[in-house]
Design a protein around this ligand. Structure first.
Ligand code: HPA
Length: 278
C-alpha cells in the first residue's frame, strides 16, 4: 500500500482515476482547506470521491477534516476540489502531501488555486482579512522535489522567481474585494508545525519580510510549479501571530474565525472560478 510515489506510480494513479471517474478535461485544482462549502456558478457538482479510494498510501484521519476530492463539471471539462489537504505535521511524507497536485496535473490541470488559514504578522492585517500571496519563505525543512526521480515530472531545479502568477493575483484581489474582504498582499512563511510559533520565531519571520505564517501549501506550490501549473494562493488571516497580542493561541480560535468567514470564502472561490476558468 505505502509504496514509493514514483512518476510511474503516479501515472498509473492518474490512469485509474481517468478510467473510474471519467473527468474529461481537468482544468484546475482548487485546494479549499478543511471547512469550505463551495458553490461554483456555471459548474455542476458531479461527484465526491474519498481520497483513500484514489491515493496509494494510508491516510490518517483528523477530526473535522474531510479527505475527499470533489469533481465539478461544465460540459466535458471538470474542476477538482481537494477537501482537506495533507499536512507535513500529520506525518505525511512530502511526496504524499503533493500527490493530489501531481494527480491533477497529470489529468491536465493548468492552474492551482489554494486558500489557507494563517496567523498575521502585521498588526494592520486584521483577522478576517485576505492576503494575496506574492511569494513565500519555506522554513519547513523539506521540499517535495527531494528524491531520485530525476527530471521526469519537471526540471530538478525549477525557477521559483515568479511562483505566484501576477495575473491570477490580480483576479484574486478583485474577487476577494468583491466578496467583502479587506485585502492585502504579502509573503507567506511556511513552518512545519503543529505547535504554533514562539514569539521569538515570530520576531524572526517578521524581520525576514513575512506577512503571514502557516503550516501548509508551500509543498503543493512547489510541486505545482514543478509541473508547470500557474498558482494563486489566498491566505485568510485567522489570528494575530504569537506574541503580537497578549493571549495564547488556540486551534479553536483559528477554526472559529474560519467558520465566521466560511460563506464569504465560498463566494470568493465561486467568483474566482467564474473568472479564471472561462
Ligand atoms: N501560525 C501558524 N499557522 C496558523 C496560524 C498561526 O498563527 N493561524 C492559522 N494557521
Amino acid at each position: 500500500m505505502n509504496g514509493e510515489l514514483t512518476p510511474d506510480r503516479m501515472r498509473s494513479v492518474a490512469d485509474e482515476f481517468r478510467d473510474r471517474y471519467n473527468p474529461g478535461r481537468v482544468r484546475g485544482l482548487l485546494v479549499a482547506g478543511s471547512g469550505l462549502e463551495l458553490e461554483i456558478p456555471g459548474w455542476g457538482f458531479a461527484e465526491e470521491i474519498e481520497l483513500k479510494e484514489v491515493l496509494p498510501f494510508a491516510l490518517h484521519t483528523l477530526m473535522g477534516h474531510r479527505q475527499t476530492v470533489t469533481l465539478w463539471r461544465h460540459e466535458d471539462e471538470s474542476l477538482m476540489v481537494l477537501n482537506g489537504r495533507f499536512h507535513l505535521y500529520q506525518g505525511y511524507r512530502p511526496e504524499e502531501v503533493v500527490a493530489p497536485v501531481r494527480l491533477a496535473a497529470l489529468l491536465g490541470a493548468e492552474v492551482m488555486i489554494a486558500t489557507n488559514a494563517t496567523g498575521s504578522l502585521d498588526p494592520e492585517i486584521e483577522p478576517g482579512s485576505i492576503v494575496v500571496v506574492t511569494d513565500h519563505i519555506n522554513l519547513q525543512g523539506s521540499n517535495p522535489l527531494v528524491g531520485v526521480w530525476g527530471t521526469e515530472f519537471g526540471p530538478q531545479f525549477p525557477d521559483m522567481s515568479e511562483a505566484y502568477d501576477p495575473e491570477l493575483r490580480g483576479l484574486g484581489r478583485s474577487a476577494a474585494e468583491e466578496a467583502g474582504f479587506a485585502v492585502h498582499e504579502g509573503v507567506y512563511v511556511a513552518l512545519l508545525g503543529p505547535s504554533f510559533e514562539t514569539p521569538a520565531e515570530i520576531r524572526m519571520v517578521r524581520a525576514a519580510g513575512g506577512t503571514v505564517v502557516g503550516m501548509s501549501t508551500v509543498p503543493e506550490v512547489i510541486a505545482a510549479r514543478h509541473m508547470g501549473m500557474k498558482v494563486l494562493v489566498l491566505s485568510f488571516a485567522a489570528n494575530p501571530a504569537a506574541g503580537l497580542v497578549d493571549r495564547p493561541l488556540t486551534h479553536t480560535e483559528v477554526l472559529e474565525e474560519g467558520e465566521k468567514a466560511a460563506a464569504k470564502l465560498a463566494t470568493l472561490m465561486g467568483l474566482l472560478v467564474g473568472r479564471v476558468f472561462i
